[in-house]
Design a protein around this ligand. Structure first.
Ligand code: SF4
Length: 351
């Protein structure tokens, strides 16, 4: 017998449809997987155009596996968290080579794919195969911690376990895909982080937090996310309406994407002429350069870091003697073919 909470949740869901992008066709695990990974980092409304573009370029797992990584990253551009795109690509190759292109259909096998954790495995297992695995994301943790009165910190294993166990009980006896979709939507639309709609909430009568007036203090978290401030200076070398881009190989943000050469310092203050000449000498083999201007600071927040970026535009007077490894001189016409982080893609580098 389904729990009353699950029944009421599904009734609410039937009155409040919020289709996911893959909802209008057959349940295809490949499409569900792509959609879930994209929606982990963006709202459905914002993520849907990215999803549609991605699956139209890579309509099957085989197409994704065969594509060069640069092209995959290009189609991910704007979504951030590029390691997720690289993992999608790696996992597609594994599915093609080890599973002959057939998507794994058990939770445990799904978990073995690169980049697939418990959340994604549960989403694919439930949405594609109707297996009773609850998805436990931030929305679900909040709803269940409040409804059940779970006081353990949800960012700690004990809190996560308590929520997962309760979710596992609630999903029994109902359609796993409907339940998971319903509770995620409910967390996004009703039991919101701030200003939850308790007075019209269909489960308020049995909600611990509402009945005990502790909605504002649940869920609990034990630690504040640390934030790192970073100051990134992009050195835009230009010659003959082309700019120099280099593929980032470091184990850091934006791995595999193209940016102008980057100098990281401790402030937004422009690098000195000596520093710029040193970069030029290292990359171009000479330092016959002329700084023509710098951009204002652009700021971008990532989950654990705040990036402060500035672009310094430099004309070079003598032909470069060397070309850095993974570097390319790129014209305005060609630049769209290079996957760049959002901060870089928004600046006109070649003008
Ligand atoms: Fe969330 Fe309020 Fe509903 Fe409880 S009553 S589940 S806190 S919206």
């Amino acid at each position: 017998m389904p729990d009353l909470f699950s029944k009421q949740l599904l009734q609410w869901h039937s009155r409040t449809p919020r289709p996911l992008p893959w909802d209008d066709g057959p349940r295809d695990p490949y499409h569900i997987w792509i959609s879930e990974i994209i929606m982990q980092q963006t709202r459905i409304e914002q993520g849907t155009p990215y999803y549609l573009r991605f699956v139209s370029r890579f309509p099957t797992v085989q197409a994704l596996a065969l594509a060069p990584e640069d092209v995959v990253l290009k189609y991910w551009q704007g979504l951030g968290y590029y390691s997720r795109a690289r993992n999608l690509h790696k996992a597609a190759k594994v599915i093609v080579s080890e599973y002959h292109g057939r998507f794994p259909d058990t939770y445990d096998r799904l978990l073995k794919l690169p980049g697939v954790g418990p959340y994604s495995a549960a989403a694919i297992a439930s949405f594609a195969y109707e297996q009773p695995y609850p998805v436990v994301d931030g929305n679900v943790k909040r709803v269940i911690a409040r409804y059940c009165g779970i006081r353990e910190s949800i960012d700690q294993p004990s809190g996560h376990k308590a929520v997962s166990m309760a979710a596992g009980d609630f999903i029994r006896g109902v359609s796993p895909s409907l339940f998971n979709q319903a509770i995620m939507n409910f967390g996004a639309l009703v039991c919101k982080p701030k200003g939850p709609l308790c007075h019209t909430c269909p489960v308020a009568k049995r909600c611990f937090a509402f009945q005990n007036d502790v909605v504002e203090s649940l869920p609990t978290r034990s630690k504040k996310k640390s934030n790192r401030e970073r100051y990134l200076h992009f050195i835009v070398f230009r010659q003959k309406q082309k700019c120099l881009l280099i593929r980032r190989e470091e184990k850091d943000i934006w791995k595999g994407l193209f940016t102008p050469p980057l100098l990281e310092t401790k402030s937004t203050r422009s690098p000195s002429a000596k520093q710029l000449r040193a970069v030029a000498l290292k990359l171009l083999g000479h330092h016959d350069i002329h700084l023509v201007g710098s951009s204002p600071v652009v700021t971008q927040k990532l989950s654990h870091q705040t990036l402060h970026g500035r672009f310094h535009f430099i004309e070079i007077h003598s032909a470069p003697l060397t070309l850095p490894e993974d570097g390319a001189w790129v014209s305005a016409k060609k630049i769209a073919e290079f996957a760049r982080p959002k901060m870089v893609a928004e600046i006109n580098l070649t003008r």
